[in-house]
Design a protein around this ligand. Structure first.
Ligand SMILES: [Zn+2]
Length: 306
């Protein structure tokens, strides 16, 4: 009889049905609660993420690849910086409050490309510069980096020496002695130097080449070099932010070139997150809001660099 039942086709089908039913009961009892637990964990993570985003407006910004790889360690306390977002890593980077020697993705420039040791750039900007420099050399043009990354603290030293009259400006002005109103002092120094926190040099994307004198680029060797850059630099990703005849911002600098693939996202983020009241922590910083440094100086660059 048993042999008959097990060899009967209908009975086999019946037994398989029972197995399937038992399997479904087992899965419902044991595995589904575990799935629910995982699902709960996922939603809890999502809630935390949403909370983090709502608490920190820069969290989306920091997740972007051009910033997330930069290790941001402010080297000094930003005294006087007390606004809500002033401590975020994003605004610290945008304002140069970090040490490029310790920041990931910043690399030392080999001395053969510069006029001295110890200059730093973002890795991609340096690689692009080396390609450009090698091709320029083949055309008889020798490009030399005179300045690269200068952080907030470096720029603060330059600015304060001029603002306090410890160093005269190139036109002989002693700002502390010759100018009375703080806003006029700042506007005068801005003709020669960036206000701390408003320079592009701390992004690690910008370089000064060969000479700090516009006239040098207007004749002979300097003119040949300038014409070569105007014709070729864009092929390697470089643009010139401080051209002549802009409505406002830093004066023309024929030596200053910027690596667009990294600098363009930076200027968009600066537009989004920087405000004049964040530009603080140095002598004369109270004038930043009167001048509108974010709009007029940080964003006041040539069209090709925007
Ligand atoms: Zn420069």
């Amino acid at each position: 009889m048993a042999v008959y039942v097990f060899t009967n086709g209908l009975a086999k089908h019946f037994i398989i049905m029972i197995y399937k039913a038992l399997l479904i009961i087992f899965l419902s009892a044991v595995l589904l609660p575990a799935c629910n637990a995982n699902h709960k964990a996922d939603s809890s993570d999502n809630n935390q993420l949403a909370l983090a985003k709502s608490l920190s407006p820069q969290s989306e910004f920091l997740s972007k690849p051009h910033l997330s790889h930069v290790s941001l360690k402010p080297t000094e306390n930003a005294k006087g910086v007390s606004t809500r977002s002033s401590n975020s890593a994003a605004t610290n980077y945008l304002m140069g409050k970090f040490d490029p020697k310790k920041a990931k993705l910043f690399v030392k420039i080999p001395q053969k490309y510069a006029d001295r040791k110890g200059l730093y750039l973002r890795q991609e900007a340096l690689s692009a510069f080396i390609r450009m420099s090698n091709d320029a050399k083949r055309d008889g043009i020798r490009l030399t980096i005179r300045s690269a990354t200068r952080n907030f603290y470096h720029q603060k030293r330059i600015w304060e020496r001029k603002w306090l009259g410890k160093r005269k400006l190139s036109d002989g002005t002693n700002v502390a002695r010759d100018i009375v109103k703080p806003v006029d002092k700042s506007l005068k120094v801005l003709q020669y130097s960036s206000m701390p926190g408003t320079s592009r040099h701390h992004w690690g994307t910008d370089i000064d080449l060969n000479s700090f004198n516009n006239h040098w680029f207007e004749t002979g060797k300097g003119l040949r070099l300038f014409n070569w850059l105007e014709a070729n630099a864009a092929k390697y990703g470089f643009c010139r932010p401080y051209t002549a005849n802009r409505p406002y911002g830093y004066l023309e600098e024929k030596w200053h070139w910027s690596y667009m693939p990294l600098a363009k996202p930076m200027i968009r983020e600066a537009q989004r997150y920087l405000r004049d009241d964040l530009i603080t922590g140095f002598k004369g910083s109270s004038t930043a809001q009167q001048i509108g440094v974010v709009k007029h100086y940080i964003l006041g660059v040539s069209k090709q660099c925007k």
